[in-house]
Ligand binder design. Sequence first.
Ligand code: ADP
Ligand code: MG
Ligand code: MG
Length: 903
Amino acid sequence: MPKRVYFFGGGKAEGQGTQKELLGGKGAGLAEMTSIGLPVPAGFTLTIDTCAEYYDNKKRYPKDLDKEVRQHIAKLEKVTGKKLGDPKDPLLVSVRSGAARSMPGMMETILNLGLNDVAVEGMAKKFGDARFAYDSYRRFIQMYSTTAMGLSKEPMEEMLHAIKHKLHISDDKDIPAESLKQLCSDFKAFYKQKKGEDFPQDPIVQLWGAIGAVFNCWEADKAITYRRVEKLEFLKGTAVNIQQMCFGNKNDRSGTGVCFTRDPNTGENVFYGDWLINAQGEDVVAGIRTPMKLSELAIKYPGANKQLYQVRAILEKHYKEMQDLEFTVEDEKLYMLQCRTGKRSPAATFTIAADMVKEKLISKEQAISRIAPEDIERLFYPVIDMKIKKADLEKVKLTTGINAVPGSAFGEVVFNAADAEELAKAGKPVILVRKETSPEDVGGMHAAQGILTQTGGKTSHAAVVARGWGKCCIVGCETLNINYEKQEFSVGSKIVKKGEFLTLDGSEGIVYLGKLDLVKPELPEAYYTIMKWCDGIRTLKVRTNADTPYDSANAIKMGAEGIGLCRTEHMFFDTEERRQAIQEMIVADTIEARKSALAKLLPFQREDFYGIFKAMAGFPVTIRLVDPPLHEFVPHEEKQQRALADKIGVPYEKIRHRIEQLHESNPMLGHRGCRLCITYPEILEMQVRAIIEAAVQCKKEKIKVFPEIMHPLVLDLKEFKFLEERTRKVAKEVMDAAGVKVEYLVGTMIEVPRAALLADQIAQAAEFFSFGTNDLTQMTMALSRDDAGRFLPDYVDQKKAAIFKDDPFQSLDQEGVGKLIKIGIQGGRSTNPKLKIGICGEHGGEAKSVKFCHRVGMDYVSCSPYRVPIARLAAAQAVIEGAASNGKHGAVKKASKRKGKKK
Ligand code: ADP
Ligand code: MG
Ligand code: MG
């Protein structure tokens, strides 16, 4: 028979702080505080497993539970020297719920259990205070009737209110004893009227009623919903804590409060909290009276205050974490009723962790391990002002979508990129609303404050591009019904027109009507401190994916150590001039025409590369030659095609024909990547020329440069050699002509499974590999990133198919795609030990994937600028976790560099 009940009291506890899964957070905390000698009223905990048994057993208590509870009541009576139901001096208890994870407000507590018509008189006499006794009794009747017996809260609250009104009293504590006594009678009469029976007088009946109530609230609708929303469905049940009462409502030398051992908003090392004189239970948080600051406790009751400060110090030393505490003072003596790790703002997470290292409570490694990727994300983005009340937010909530990029933004609704650019130029904030986005929208996306799309997932075009800029973005908002013609969209019956304001919460994926106040969090000093520690520990380098000098400069600020992916094609959309030049190149039907169009592109590319090199000041810059299928660059509507024809002086028919020719039924597997340069080597020549010329210019200006020229979609050594030879030939020509030597590398992306399998061959000629895990995932899993949104959620849904734990486009499929990566790394290094290896897919900024990259021995990861700090953190955590799993203790030494690894 399992042990179902655990006792705590008299300085000893059967349970421990580590047993949260068995005793619940509250039970574990009470046991721990008891054993380390803090003043905790005695009691006992019914385990979570008992609750699970109750549900497994069609809501019947396990057979021997009754006996075990009786034994523990006897023990509690012995420790406290009081008896349940004693007419002269009754033992009173609270019955408290407590799951393994905090579920605020979901489950309720019953206080002062054990009182009845006789005991209340005994209590009044014993303490010489009828007000106190009847105040306790009326509270108990209220809580028991509503929480255990399901009566609604309002009627009794109204009766209480009516008495105060009649007596012209505003504060509960001023109600005289006689009135409280009357109130108790009224409550009981009301109870009888509603339930058809007397209010229970037998404490044992009361106790089982309360235990049942706690168990049953586990499956209340609101609790079930809460667990679903918070992804806590794995929890098995709640524990029940039965604990001797201490009385904050006894007199004016008593009170109750809640506090944090440090400021949970700023993280500052100050005691932070509220308390109320002569009050009980939830009075403090219920907002019945304005609570007092802890500093007032110091003035009014220095004795209790001193005890509380001692407890704070003991608990922080013991748990080495900021604690959230609940306490009660009875006759100026302190009792501790709850402790748990306190929730805090992202800024406070950093500050507390860094301070605790300085205070020698924890090590740097522990501090680093305590930071979650979300803490970093939330530090950077503006958020909706927390001062706005939840209820007010609810009122303006329009709909929800997928939270693609965190942060918040507001602006006027526009439906196309041109409008976004135009309004932004006029200094107006805009939200770009699209069914989906494509490379042609990039200008407008950049101009917008936020992006909202009807389709797509977290790796759709909109999400990836927005993430690169750290721009708030919600995708897959299926409830949107967009009408581009009318320039409006609807959600149900609500219509939103162009020019109306929306506020997006990209962290939660919520769309609000109107303009909500936003606040930009400030980076705490501790952020820099902890990131520096991360940099000291990690061995994996962190680069960024950036396409412009602006992004590059930004990425450097975020701590990037180079560019792992610069996508040249993004440069072609920047201005009308550039768009036109690339389109002219694409529709050219002779090599001369193509070369002449390419000549127009050359200066643009050179200028961009120069800017990027300059911003990266000597860090390596990997530049990928043109990658997408050409049809993505040309207009598909007749009107625009005609305009293009006019501009470049080619007949419309010819243009239309050429564009039709470019159409492919499966472009993802079509004429793209390095295949374009196999067909049109002149594109390669122009791009390499631009890169090397820019590098030469830098060198002349004494700016350090280190370009890495990358060929995408390679699948073969011969293919790669064809490209490599041409690359080197052009580079040499440029360098010879300028009389300047530039150090550069030629390498490839590994994004076709065949390339991973034949990596040993390719590495004979390639100087670096960059795993393009977006395409590699698509091709390995035969999953189109753009179309998988229709069914992939079912695969990831843990309640449905649960085939994948995560979306493989967000978190690397370590088992399958990861295996190809391992094969690729091993193969590549077997023929070329100096091979430099990195990753440039979306996964390079996702913590779990970054840790994988560390484990398989990559040299660097590359991700969007805003995820650079996340990658730095994850890379450091990977070292710490590696040391832990190797059984090493203490500080992590900087791992020695792998043999033969190039700097
Ligand atoms: P929650 O899970 O909502 O925090 P608790 O079980 O902590 O609920 O109870 C709420 C409040 O009731 C506590 O903060 C405390 O003030 C009061 N309380 C609970 N048990 C006792 C007790 N044994 N003595 C005095 N007050 C108690
Ligand atoms: Mg509590
Ligand atoms: Mg690719």
